[in-house]
Design a protein around this ligand. Structure first.
Ligand SMILES: Cc1cc2nc3c(=O)[nH]c(=O)nc-3n(C[C@H](O)[C@H](O)[C@H](O)COP(=O)(O)O)c2cc1C
Length: 170
């Protein structure tokens, strides 16, 4: 017999631990306004559409930067390289001065971007959706930078990981 409980609730730690079994890369979302630059580490980044070119990430409603990010006219999503764990940690701490020790420049969209990054997607807002205790940002890519060499930084079960290759058979 099928049972579906729409009111099912899970212990947050149990849910987080299960979700953490999905391995991801790590990105830093950056934007700026008249009060200066803002940036947040995310691993909720995903590709959405090739035509039009769309990407998404989700932001906790508790973020200090949320209201400013929702109003941003452009933002960048910067995929981190394996050597950039310090940047991931810095942009994951609330309220810190995240930019003074970070190499960044203003990209052609007007959004700050990390230089170097493994890849950068400069976006304009396409849609914001309700995502429960998060807001889902869908961005339309207007500039692409994908010249970063080396390997990406990975995240799995609460820890940074490095990419390993599987020997090809045959
Ligand atoms: C690996 C990693 C991934 C994260 N992914 C997200 C995410 O996808 N969405 C989110 O809202 N916060 C995420 N966070 C937490 C935010 O980075 C952190 O709460 C944020 O930098 C605080 O910024 P604030 O100064 O705007 O509050 C992540 C943190 C880490 C370490």
């Amino acid at each position: 017999m099928t049972t579906i409980d729409l009111d099912a609730r899970f212990d947050p730690r149990e849910l987080r631990n299960a979700l953490g079994r999905f391995a991801t890369g790590i990105a830093v979302v950056m934007a700026q306004d008249e009060d200066g630059p803002i940036g947040v580490t995310v691993n909720s980044f995903s590709s959405v559409s090739l035509d039009p070119p769309l990407i998404l990430f989700s932001m906790a409603r508790s973020l200090h930067s949320l209201a400013r990010l929702e109003k941003a006219k452009a933002y960048s999503v910067n995929i981190l390289m394996e050597s950039q764990q310090d940047i991931s940690n810095r942009f994951a701490r609330a309220g810190e001065d995240k930019f003074s020790a970070t190499p960044w420049e203003v990209g052609p969209s007007g959004a700050p971007r990390l230089v170097p990054a493994h890849a950068t997607f400069e976006c304009v807002p396409y849609a914001h959706y309700d995502g429960g205790d998060h807001v889902i940002f869908v961005g339309r890519v207007v500039h692409l930078h994908a010249e970063g060499e080396g390997d990406p930084l990975l995240y799995y079960r609460g820890s940074y990981r490095l990419l390993a290759s599987i020997a090809q058979e045959g």
